[in-house]
Unconditional design. Structure first.
Length: 380
């Protein structure tokens, strides 16, 4: 087993780190405070090829793999979570279309996603169904060569700027759940209210409503049944975990620099044994999370990573990241809690990662199922 990054991966990491420090970090507070989409960063990163990093070269991507992507996302999130979310989304939704779509879907959408011209969102959650996908109610009724879609979605990340929705529906004539690609300008698509989330404020989440929305039958994703759709989330979970750890690393770095200069009781804070052990525990959490994320990402030989490895990585990394950020705030005292430092913003952004993409409880269900098999009474 080799734990070293390749030369190419080190170069991806180095370049993403440089952009995160010089371009993203200095403006990160603005997108949060103003609830503004970081368009100038998105354009810059698109020019550098980040939007299509893992997408196939034949569709305009760079042909990298999921391990390369998580390394890059970690660095970008160090500088600005809101910006990293757009890079994550382009690669994750582009990959979903590559893995589950028809050749026509790939040709029509993936090159535009790779160029950063088209933003796609995954529209699954509904007011009555989040964790439990069996309760999803959005319907697609066959009418000749169209489906007529009706239903309400919520919490759809980047919904207000997306041009395409990869939408979980029930095909009523077959009583089967699956995925339909719905373009934003299709009559009957309505963007509802912007969800007032505590974080991810530069990456707006919205309600999304379908009212007798007629979608050509060719827009059905050929490989996208419910199981494939749920399995495809393992990819996003590795990215989610990596962005959380990248942001937690930023909080850690801030706190370490702070305690090296701040004094109390005639000593540098960094000379107090109790605080030194806190720093050591934070470092252990970051390193362990990173290794679990890399292991899960490296398992993605055929497009999606191992479901249970991604669940292990997400569970540990989400909780480790929140603990590290909370400890970093504690190390910095009132300054850690002040808006003049980035820690409170980082905490708000990272808190959402433990809910988005499947909660840590749902990840534990997946892990337990991999260890113990399905439960008899629920099939879950
Ligand atoms: C920042 C953010 C971005 C998001 N982006 C998107 C998006 O782009 N697209 C999209 O479709 N959705 C998105 N979501 C929604 C997200 O996927 C759901 O919030 C999530 O799946 C949980 O669903 P819920 O909120 O309905 O909670 P519920 O499913 O109602 O769960 C409530 C609580 O019960 C627990 N729980 C539920 N079932 C079980 C069980 N079987 N065993 C143990 N505990 C259980 C949950 O873990 C949670 O703690 C986003 C959410 C957030 C916060």
């Amino acid at each position: 087993m080799n734990f070293d990054l390749t030369e190419e991966q080190r170069s991806f990491q180095h370049e993403a780190r440089r952009l995160a420090r010089t371009e993203l970090a200095p403006k990160a507070a603005r997108w949060d405070t103003e609830a503004e989409v970081p368009w100038e960063n998105i354009r810059l990163l698109a020019e550098h090829g980040y939007m299509g990093l893992i997408l196939p070269e034949e569709y305009g991507g760079a042909g990298a793999n999921l391990l390369d992507l998580v390394i890059v996302l970690e660095e970008l999130a160090w500088g600005c979570v809101n910006t990293s979310l757009f890079v994550f989304s382009a690669n994750a939704q582009g990959n979903r279309i590559v893995q589950l779509g028809t050749p026509e879907h790939k040709e029509r959408y993936v090159p535009r996603i790779a160029r950063g011209e088209l933003h796609a969102s995954h529209a699954m959650s509904e007011p009555g169904a989040g964790s439990d996908a069996r309760r999803l109610r959005t319907k697609a009724e066959r009418d000749g060569d169209h489906y007529v879609v009706n239903g309400n979605k919520c919490w759809i990340s980047r919904g207000s700027v997306a041009g395409l929705f990869i939408t979980n529906v029930t095909f009523t004539d077959e009583n089967k759940k699956g995925l339909l690609l719905i373009e934003r300008d299709t009559p009957g698509v309505e963007i509802g209210k912007i969800e007032p989330l505590m974080g991810h404020r530069g990456s707006p989440s919205t309600e999304l409503l379908f009212r007798d929305c007629r979608v050509p039958v060719e827009q059905r994703m050929s490989e996208g049944d419910l199981n494939a759709s749920l399995f495809s989330m393992s990819f996003s979970r590795c990215c989610n975990a990596a962005m959380g750890i990248g942001a937690a690393q930023r909080a850690f770095d801030e706190a370490v620099e702070y305690i090296k200069t701040r004094e109390a009781y005639s000593k540098k804070l960094s000379d107090l044994q109790g605080l030194r052990w806190m720093v050591a525990d934070m470092k252990v959490r970051l390193d362990a999370a990173r290794l679990l994320i890399y292991r899960a990402a490296a398992s993605a030989a055929s497009g999606f990573p191992s479901e249970s490895q991604a669940a292990v990585a997400k569970t540990f990394a989400n909780e480790a990241a929140l603990q590290v950020i909370s400890d970093a705030m504690q190390l910095m005292g009132a300054n850690g809690y002040s808006r003049e430092y980035p820690l409170e913003r980082i905490y708000r952004d990272v808190r959402g990662f433990a809910i988005a993409g499947g909660t840590t409880q749902i990840q534990r269900n997946l892990i337990a199922r991999a260890v113990l098999g399905k439960r008899d009474h629920s099939g879950n």
